[in-house]
Design a protein around this ligand. Structure first.
Ligand code: 13P
Length: 356
């Protein structure tokens, strides 16, 4: 077994500088809409009508605006983590998918169902992990370590997935790497170094980590959580593994969005401190209306922390943009057919692995 201290984090200085610039540039253009009650009702009615006309269904992530999550539920769509979103889109009979989330989720849906039309409310909704792993740099890195299995997080472009042997989400990352380790495989992991570090410590696998991070989770601070815990001593701390190690270390439960939601529902405690995007509170509160949820404190002054526990890109998904996509066919996802075929291989491995 490899000692966690042996984990090597590979820094890619030039591309990381470019990434920070890109992230900052994207963040400057992000704005979140506000609607009156009348507008909300009108948009929802239009969307319900348009979904029927286009034989379409909404596939939404737990981080999206509660209005979108509620609408997805009311109209027979799904609200889920990134793994279940992929599976739902693939299995549902609708001809058209409206994927409310960030770009990699729309691309994944298109790769898995090339015969369907896949739209997003806006393709500008991206992800710092995806931005932080440009395919050319990543491919060159893989070429230097051809003896390793390439495992990438779902939060990557179609091109990066096409370069990988395995795609995983946070729901199954530990199990997949554990399996590969039992087969004596050495691993390249990209792009989230915090999730990679967590997986490495859980499995003891030999992993080289790409130097990427999620701008939302990276801002949570262990010290702030401890202070909040002093105010609510009986609270349980739920942490998404994209958070830094110091934050994971103060967690009672570490898991994907669906695993954290399940913990909040099934555990006896009535108070929880939650370190992930606060969009998750909609589902937690819906399942346990009597319980109390507090967002874990963030640094607030990090270079890119504008949102603090609220992904600015996922917040770009709006009712108005769903209407646009359905009425005008804007923001349709296209993936090059050959690239899609290649990316399908590691995605299929992920889905088959979880189906076992
Ligand atoms: P989950 O797979 O846990 O839903 O996480 C997706 C994500 O992008 C977290 O930042």
């Amino acid at each position: 077994m490899i000692n966690p201290a042996d984990t090597v984090t590979i820094a890619v200085p030039s591309s990381m500088d470019k990434t920070r610039e890109l992230v900052q540039k994207h963040l400057m253009n992000v704005s979140t809409p506000e609607y009156s009650q009348e507008q909300v009702i009108a948009y929802k009615e239009r969307i319900k009508h348009l979904l029927k006309v286009h034989n379409a269904v909404i596939v939404a992530h737990y981080y999206t605006d509660p209005m979108i999550q509620a609408l997805a539920e009311e109209t027979g769509g799904c609200v889920a983590d990134s793994l279940e979103m992929a599976r739902f889109g693939q299995q549902h009979e609708a001809e058209t998918l409206i994927v409310a989330g960030v770009k990699f989720m729309g691309e994944t849906a298109k790769i898995l169902t090339p015969e369907k039309q896949v739209f997003m409310p806006t393709q500008e909704a991206t992800c710092s992990l995806d931005l932080g792993c440009p395919v050319d740099d990543f491919s060159a890195f893989c070429d230097q370590h051809v003896d390793r299995e390439v495992v990438v997080y779902a939060n990557t472009s179609a091109a990066v997935k096409a370069r990988a042997d395995w795609v995983v989400t946070s729901s199954i990352a530990v199990q997949v790497v554990d399996y590969l380790d039992s087969e004596s495989k050495k691993i390249i992991w990209a792009p989230d170094k915090h999730l990679g570090n967590y997986v490495q410590r859980q499995t003891g696998a030999d992993m080289l980590l790409w130097d990427g991070a999620c701008i939302v989770h990276e801002e949570f601070k262990a010290q702030g959580i401890k202070q909040l815990k002093a105010l609510y001593p009986k609270a349980l701390v739920l942490v998404h593994p994209e958070s830094p190690q110091s934050v994971v270390e103060v967690a009672d439960v570490v898991g994907s969005t669906s695993q954290l939601i399940k913990a909040s529902q099934t555990m006896d405690q009535d108070t929880f401190i939650v370190a992930t995007d606060e969009g998750i509170f909609y589902k937690m509160q819906q399942l346990s209306p009597e319980k109390k949820f507090y967002i874990a404190p963030t640094g607030g002054n990090g270079a890119t922390c504008r949102s603090c526990a609220n992904c600015p890109w996922i917040a770009m998904n709006s009712l108005e943009k769903i209407v646009h996509a359905l009425e005008q066919g804007t923001d349709e996802i296209h993936v090059d057919a050959e690239l899609g075929r290649q990316a399908m291989i590691p995605l299929d491995r992920m889905l088959s692995f979880t189906a076992q």
